[in-house]
Design a protein. Structure first.
Length: 293
């Protein structure tokens, strides 16, 4: 039976209430900041990418509801997919918009429930999963909660360009231990490019003794409200001596002079790392999920 004019009007109004997804540009920055700023510790990476020019590059999508025009979701798109859309209708709209370009996606990282739901919505279009880190506790620490172990602070320093090879090898060793493959074997040029980029940003902190890397930690994202850490690693031969704990505390102490919080997420099976983080004052604030395709 054909729809009556009244039914057509109701259908059109219903469609207008549905979230829509559009590409975001520099002119949208205030709306993007307002959306992500409502949950600053959950969105350290996305906010950092905005500050580094992601909007000028057209790398972000936004979810908008026509009735209030605000952004209710933002996603970084490309080989790395990072979603933020807490409400189910917004996440569903984002999934529909993402579907045509999913072959580009190599890694999806974000809040556990959102990533898991996107996987379900896009299951028929995503590439096969190569590696899943289903539960990654998300932690944060502030200056008030930070606990510094007694003793002399370790001699941490910011990595320099001449540290590239040693840092590339240390990072690859950590990657092999936690992810099961060596990036220096799979993509040596790309891996070194990634490491040198982080070094040039001043985002790599290390502790060395006699030319050997004892400990390292990288900033993966930096905002005024928080710094997100990744790649925290202690050489296996130096573990069990308290060095990782003292180095982690010192990294956080230095970073918290410039920002309000330090965050990170960790694989749930890495209980040794979790003990270190909790010992220096990190508290759990959520759960993340990472999927490698």
């Amino acid at each position: 039976m054909p729809a009556t004019p009244i039914m057509q009007h109701v259908l059109r109004r219903g469609q207008l209430r549905q979230p829509r997804v559009r590409q975001l540009w520099a002119a949208d920055r205030d709306e993007v900041e307002a959306c992500l700023g409502r949950h600053p510790l959950d969105n350290v990476f996305l906010r950092s990418e905005v500050s580094r020019g992601a909007l000028r590059q057209g790398a972000l999508l936004g979810v908008q509801r026509p009735l209030d025009r605000r952004l209710h979701g933002v996603a970084l798109v490309g080989p790395l997919l990072v979603p933020w859309a807490p409400a189910e209708p917004d996440l569903a709209a984002l999934a529909t918009a993402l579907r045509p370009n999913l072959r580009r996606v190599q890694l999806m990282v974000g809040p556990h429930d959102q990533v898991e739901r996107l996987e379900a919505l896009l299951a028929d279009d995503l590439r096969p999963i190569r590696l899943l880190r289903a539960v990654q506790p998300h932690y944060a620490v502030t200056a008030e909660r930070l606990r510094i172990p007694p003793g002399v602070a370790p001699p941490l320093r910011v990595a320099r360009v001449q540290d590239l090879e040693r840092m590339a090898r240390a990072g690859a060793a950590m990657h092999l231990e936690e992810m099961g493959f060596d990036p220096l074997v799979l993509d040596p040029v790309g891996w070194r490019e990634r490491v040198i980029t982080m070094i040039r940003r001043g985002w790599v902190h290390l502790w060395e003794e006699e030319g050997r890397i004892v400990f390292k930690a990288e900033c993966s994202a930096v905002t005024a409200e928080a710094v997100q850490l990744q790649g925290v690693w202690t050489d296996p031969e130096f573990r069990g001596q308290g060095r990782g704990t003292s180095a982690m505390a010192e990294v956080c102490r230095r970073l918290l002079q410039e920002t309000a919080a330090v965050t990170l997420f960790v694989n749930d099976f890495n209980q040794a790392a979790i003990r270190v983080y909790e010992k220096v004052g990190f508290e759990r604030i959520g759960t993340m999920r990472s999927v490698l395709f």
